[in-house]
Design a protein around this ligand. Sequence first.
Ligand code: SF4
Length: 234
Amino acid sequence: MADRQDDLRQELAEQLKFYAGLGVTHLKIEEPVLSPGESKVTEEVTSTLDTVRQDLGECTRCQLHATRKNIVFGTGSPKADLMFVGEAPGADEDEQGLPFVGAAGQLLTKIIAAIGLTRKQVYIANILKCRPPNNRDPKPQEVEACEPVLFKQIEVIEPMIIVALGKYAAQTLLRSDTPISRLRGQFFEYRGSRLMPTFHPSYLLRNPSAKREVWEDMKLVRSTLEELGSAYYR
Ligand code: SF4
């Protein structure tokens, strides 16, 4: 063991000499140095939503940064058993920096209340964190740039169920072009959770008769959360 430590010290001293030769005067330690046999705690496990948000910073990874007013990261409980994911922020969300705060958001609040929950108990986010101008559809390169942030959020929150709101969110997350009318009402395995596609609240504002289907979907979400032992209904 002593020999091994001497070797490591010598190796480290040589590396430091090498950096000094390059004119480097300070080194930032990115990873903890672990003793042999010590288990490595992964970045994913130690990440919190705050660190995911900090890592995102004032993101310029896609062109939407140029027209946004605010990044709409997400809101709710970091330990939510139920997560809602929409497509992208709209004008109200862009203005306030919060997801689902316009008329569709008020309907989502009612949908959440219909299964006995509040917005604070669930987590609400979008695939894109910045508003596409004039609410146009997200472009593939924007999704590619932003979706990893959602993946990180899901890794940290570990929801039992994710409800994908609307055609775009459901088709994007499931990598499917099946119509939302055929995707909804059933669970799909998704990143360690179960994903339920359903209609977007803004669609319900235009087509109130579709509320019946969303209610069926949400009843299934609730009964499945109960079966899975969610603390929401204990
Ligand atoms: S949409 Fe996402 S990737 Fe694009 S600038 Fe906003 S936060 Fe960054």
